[in-house]
Design a protein around this ligand. Structure first.
Ligand code: MN
Length: 243
């Protein structure tokens, strides 16, 4: 049996090819996988679980159905929030059969203590982003946002998306968009893990390095494109990062 990890699909009604690739993967791993972990930014944005009934999000109903079928087939599904879909909640979880994971999730992956997180909290050199994150993760702000009519939430999410794109253009030339190596070391040592798996940076790679005299590993999942998906597949003997 195998365990699968995906992140950063940025599912969006305007890019149906990515949704199709996801549905193909969900079908493909049925009967082969014991678990599927979604490590955030599954959706380009999520404005609240009442979007499940909104016509604007009808394109995602096959995804909800596909996850639910996979869950029914006996595959354990886990969902960790990204910086785009932090408003995914218990109703989405119930509709899909996913268990929501905390911001940092530590577990035993075939004998290796492994830490899962989306990855944005590791990008501590991007101070402007970390400030925005603080606002968006504030529960009062979230309650007020969720109380808005859905069309207004969509409008604000689109505006934030445009802003974040513009901000990214300005940052493209340097490395502040990547993780801080120091923060990675601090986080891994604080929890005492030899393996960290995350997404967010769209820089898929397996990084082997030494930490406090011990060999450790940081695996970065890839983002999805119209012509290819990306996943990490792990079993007791092997590991494959496809991107
Ligand atoms: Mn992200």
């Amino acid at each position: 049996m195998t365990t699968w990890f995906i992140s950063d699909l940025h599912l969006d009604a305007t890019r149906p090819a990515i949704t199709r690739q996801l549905l193909a993967l969900l079908e493909d791993i049925q009967g082969k996988a014991e678990a599927l972990y979604i490590l955030g930014d599954f959706f380009e944005y999520w404005v609240g679980d009442d979007a499940l009934e909104a016509p604007e999000f009808a394109a995602f109903l096959p995804v909800v159905e596909g996850l639910h079928q996979l869950s029914d087939s006996g595959v354990k599904l886990y969902f960790q929030h990204g910086n785009r879909d932090f408003l995914v909640g218990e109703r989405f979880a119930a509709a899909t059969g996913c268990a929501l994971l905390p911001e940092q999730y530590l577990f035993d992956l075939y004998g290796v203590p492994t830490l899962l997180l989306h990855g944005d909290t590791l990008c501590t050199d991007d101070i402007a982003y970390q400030q925005i994150r603080k606002v968006l993760r504030d529960l009062i702000w979230q309650q007020q946002f969720l109380a808005l009519p859905i069309v207004e939430r969509i409008r604000q999410a689109e505006a934030m998306r445009a802003q974040s794109r513009a901000a990214m253009q300005g940052k493209r030339d340097d490395d502040i968009m990547d993780v801080s190596k120091q923060t990675v070391a601090e986080v891994m040592q604080a929890v005492g893990v030899s393996r960290l798996i995350h997404g967010h940076t769209h820089r898929p790679a397996v990084h082997d390095f030494m930490l406090a005299g011990q060999p450790v590993q940081r695996i970065v999942l890839g983002d999805w494109h119209e012509n290819r998906g990306s996943y990490l597949r792990v079993d007791a003997e092997n590991m494959l990062l496809e991107f």
